[in-house]
Write a protein that binds this ligand. Structure first.
Ligand SMILES: Nc1ncnc2c1ncn2[C@@H]1O[C@H](COP(=O)(O)OP(=O)(O)OP(=O)(O)O)[C@@H](O)[C@H]1O
Ligand SMILES: [Mg+2]
Length: 235
């Protein structure tokens, strides 16, 4: 059984998929086999009569995973809503035991398996079951992707507090810069956070120009390399 990590974020559209792809690229180019899972993807658009999970496909390509998309992303939903709500509206029952079985199977065949959530940590998969519960069930350390912008000090602090309250192990957080030109908030957030938490900052990802595997692997090695040694050594 390889290591697994769970990628969550301070919000939706903060760069979880980008960071998951960067990590997958780096691990892959380091010679590791990389498993990928996006247990539920919402806001899927129909293509050739099937719901297309964009995040899962990007992850699969970067990781070079041969696993069928049905396993990488077992729940694909149309409405761009929290999975529990989108599933209810589509008449789909999300089966957590099934997600766990698939995760265990993928993780058993790979050195490292990266699981991407949807939205933030407390987004529900079932009406009373959140991604925090799933990370706990799968015994995954969590990496929090924080959009580096005004408001992030609060969003990241809340996410860290919530993870701690639920007994999750947080490997660290990653600042992600979604704007080419960093704002004053983006320049000052990292220092401000250091006073508020003992959880390590794993690094900062700048605005990315290329999403190609090799470019991502190089960037992530430079920016997060040191912070990942611990994760990889635990294998
Ligand atoms: N560092 C970055 N540089 C440039 N563009 C970025 C960066 N991070 C994210 N983006 C872009 O911002 C958008 C949102 O990023 P991403 O899809 O990774 O977010 P997410 O947190 O995975 O969203 P979701 O909640 O939908 O899964 C994407 O178009 C992505 O390409
Ligand atoms: Mg995503």
């Amino acid at each position: 059984m390889g290591t697994g990590i769970f990628i969550t974020g301070t919000d939706t559209a903060v760069g979880k998929t980008l960071v998951a792809c960067g990590l997958a690229a780096l691990f892959k180019e380091s010679g590791l086999s990389v498993g990928i899972m996006k247990p539920a993807e919402t806001g899927c658009i129909e293509k050739d009569g099937e719901l297309f999970p964009e995040d899962a496909v990007r992850l699969k390509n970067v990781a070079g995973s041969d696993d069928p998309l049905e396993n990488i992303c077992p729940y694909r939903l149309v409405d761009p809503l929290a999975p529990s709500v989108a599933a209810e509206r589509a008449g789909v029952k999300i089966d957590i035991a099934r997600i766990r079985r698939i995760y265990d199977e993928i993780a058993s065949r790979n050195d490292i398996t990266i699981v991407e959530g949807a939205g933030g940590l407390l987004v529900p998969l079932l009406p009373h079951y959140t991604y925090a519960d799933l990370a706990k069930l799968l015994k995954l350390p969590v990496i929090i992707v924080a959009a580096n912008r005004l408001g992030a000090i609060n969003h990241l602090s809340l996410t860290l507090e919530s993870a701690a309250a639920r007994g999750l192990r947080v490997a660290g957080y990653v600042w992600n810069n979604l704007e080419r030109q960093p704002s004053l908030a983006a320049e000052t957030n990292p220092d401000a956070l250091r006073f508020l938490t003992a959880v390590p900052c794993m690094g900062e990802i700048p605005y990315v120009e290329s999403f190609e595997r090799h470019a991502l692997a190089k960037l992530f090695a430079e920016r997060l390399g040191g912070a990942l040694d611990g994760l990889l050594k635990r294998r």
